[in-house]
Every structure is written in C-alpha cells, then in structure tokens.
Design a protein around this ligand. Structure first.
Ligand SMILES: Cc1cc2nc3c(=O)[nH]c(=O)nc-3n(C[C@H](O)[C@H](O)[C@H](O)COP(=O)(O)OP(=O)(O)OC[C@H]3O[C@@H](n4cnc5c(N)ncnc54)[C@H](O)[C@@H]3O)c2cc1C
Length: 341
C-alpha cells in the first residue's frame, strides 16, 4: 500500500508518523500514513489510490489549530509542502490578484501582498499556519479575515482538480464549507494596491498586532491558539477567567495563566489532558453564565478516552473510514462537509 501511495505522491509517503511535532500544541498520536504529494496532479493520484483502497484521509496544514487524539489518525494525513504549487500574480487595475499554494505559510500571503504593494492584510501578521488552513478556517481577526480577499479556491478530490468560487464556500466567522474529502490546493486572492502612506501604516499595524500578541498570549509555550470561538458580544477568555479557571492544570496541560482562551502544553501533556480542560472550561462557563462555548480548534482522529459527547460535533475523522463524523452534519452522506466552530 505504502509503495503505491509513494508512487502516486511522487514525494514523501511514510508509515506510522508522529503527528504531535507537526502541531503547535504538540500532543497526539501517529498517522498510519503521512503523505506529502509533490504537486496538485500527484495529490489527485494519491486520493484515487486512497479511495480505491478505502483508506480515509485528512488534511493537515501547519497544525496551528488542531488537536490530534492520543490514538492518532487511522488513515492518511495529507500535508502539502511550501512549494506544492507555483505562485502567480496578475495585475487588476488598482488591485492585484495573487494565487498561492495551500501549503505556503500564511506569512507568505502577507509578504507576497507586501511585495505587490498590497494593503488591507495586516490582520494576517500574527497568525501561524498555512494558506490551506487560512481558507479552511476563514482565519482572521476583528480587523480582517480570508473571506475579505478570497476569489476562489482550488480543491482536489479523487475526481480531479476544480476551482470553487469563494461564495460557494459560505465563509463566515471561522467557518468554511468544503465538498466532502476535498483538499484545498490553491487560493486566489484579491488585494488592493495602496499608497506609500497606506503601506507604511500597514507595516505599523502588523507590528503593533504582533507586539500585542507577544504581550497577551502565551507564545513561549506550545498551544493551538484560541481554543473557543468568541460568543457573540463577549470573549471566551473573559468567561473562562471569570469561571476561576485561569491557570487550572490537568496533567501536562494548563489553561494559560496569561490568556484563559489558550491551553498550553507545559511539557508531556497528552491530548486527553487538553480535552479534559476543554470540557471543564465549557462545562464551568455553561454552569456559571449559561453561555455555551464552541471550540475553534479542530479535534483530529482517535481519542482515548473517546471524546465527550458534547465535543463530538467538533471531531474531524478521515473521510472514507467507518467512524465518519463531519462537523455537526446530521447526515454524513450529504455533499458538503461543514467545518463549523
Ligand atoms: C499562537 C496562535 C495564534 C493564533 N491566532 C489566530 C488568530 O488571530 N486568528 C485565527 O483565525 N486563528 C488563529 N490561530 C489559529 C490558526 O493559526 C489558524 O486557524 C490557521 O489558519 C490554521 O492554519 P493551519 O495550516 O495550521 O491549519 P491546521 O491546524 O493544520 O488545520 C485547521 C483546519 O484546516 C483544515 N485544513 C488545513 N489545510 C487544509 C487543506 N489544504 N485542505 C483542506 N483542509 C485543510 C484542517 O483539516 C483543519 O480542519 C492561532 C494559532 C496559534 C497557535
């Protein structure tokens, strides 16, 4: 099997690969297969091989928003390299249209925009991960998000490659709808060209954002960013702090004493420790305030013990495997995979 996948990938294909070092919070078990296809056509071939062999797959970007279960992923984890697809730049009057491969770092989205004198993208400065994750999460800040720029995304399925207009992805706050099993391969984005003054202002805003993150977020410890999306009109961190959980520990994991919407790995944390803290924060905030916090993080693969029932809707399992659970879709045979907060 692995030889067939490797042939199709024309890149790296390995068995039993640890995923913890490939996520920013550094917990979780191995992937049965870990595949880095060379380019979009190779990816399509890999998907053909996997679907033909009834092996499920799951896309992993930079792992900056992902918690992998302690039992790992019983299928193939697909990870696109930085140079998986060529960059393109098109002139469009007072705008520029840039196309980036889904494996490119988010930092490249910002730097390519800057090279093209693009403005309105300072919001992306402190967000770790890849362009694929940026689209799949519609990542952003109150100052902007991917939905402000995305024209279309290219996806791969076992049937081939196709472009999907951004409107059909129904992007909203940390929400994107992708066809079942589709792997994002490229993103086409529209960016406004700015004046010298606007470019300077953008540099200042990006630096201020990064400085603010350094001051308020626990960036020196492994973490997966905001654990919960903010409920309307409030902040998840404020509610968790109010529930008295700032600094609360389970095993090697801790609700950060710097920012309560972050869970940090103090060393040796297991996914089950992180999940216990997520469940505890959710239950305490619900009990004290009546607000039901929803995870922003994606819960990948197999958890031990199994995920508590209330977190099951946020579980992402490989497509094609028996235990399919796609977001909170009631009918797993539906065409669209909802990646809900
Ligand atoms: C310190 C820190 C700060 C953060 N700050 C922010 C912030 O300000 N705003 C914000 O929105 N997020 C933030 N995040 C979260 C994270 O950076 C974003 O969600 C980012 O977009 C994740 O990208 P990734 O490539 O790491 O995605 P991953 O974590 O690898 O994956 C996230 C989801 O995207 C899917 N995905 C990834 N690549 C593909 C692909 N090619 N095809 C299909 N699906 C794919 C995965 O299956 C998964 O469901 C922060 C995280 C950290 C650690």
């Amino acid at each position: 099997m692995i030889a067939e996948i490797r042939r199709a990938a024309r890149g790296e294909a390995l068995e039993n690969v640890a995923l913890a070092p490939r996520t920013s919070v550094r917990v979780g078990g191995p992937a049965r297969f870990f595949v880095r296809p060379r380019d979009p056509p190779a990816l399509v071939e890999v998907l053909e091989v996997l679907s033909g062999a009834a092996v499920g797959w799951i896309s992993l970007g930079g792992g900056a928003n992902t918690i992998v279960g302690d039992r790992g992923v019983a299928g193939a984890v697909l990870r696109l390299a930085q140079d998986f697809a060529a960059e393109e730049v098109e002139e469009a009057g007072d705008h520029v249209v840039i196309t980036l491969g889904a494996g490119a770092p988010i930092a490249r989205f910002l730097s390519l925009a800057k090279e093209q004198r693009g403005v309105g993208v300072a919001w992306s400065a402190g967000i770790p991960g890849t362009v694929g994750g940026l689209v799949a999460m519609n990542a952003g800040t109150p100052a902007g998000c991917m939905a402000d720029h995305l024209i279309a995304a290219e996806v791969a399925t076992p049937d081939g490659l196709r472009w999907i207009p951004a409107a059909d992805l129904h992007l909203s706050y940390r929400h994107c709808e992708l066809p079942r099993g589709a792997v994002l391969t490229r993103a086409r984005c529209r960016i406004r060209r700015g004046t010298d003054a606007e470019i300077l202002e953008q540099q200042r805003a990006a630096k201020a954002d990064v400085d603010k993150r350094r001051a308020t977020q626990p960036l020196t410890l492994p973490n997966s960013g905001s654990v919960f999306v903010n409920p309307p009109g409030d902040f998840a961190g404020r509610l968790i702090e109010q529930a008295g959980l700032k600094g609360f520990r389970k095993g090697g994991a801790q609700i950060s004493d710097k920012h309560a919407n972050f869970i940090v790995n103090l060393g040796g944390a297991r996914a089950s420790d992180v999940i216990d803290l997520i469940a505890k924060a959710r239950a305490s905030v619900l009990e004290k305030t009546g607000v039901e916090l929803k995870p922003e993080v994606r819960l990948f693969g197999d958890f031990d013990p199994p995920l508590p029932k209330e977190l099951e809707p946020h579980h992402v399992a490989p497509v094609g495997l028996a235990q399919q659970t796609f977001g909170d879709l009631p009918d797993p045979k539906k065409t669209f995979l909802r990646v809900n907060p």
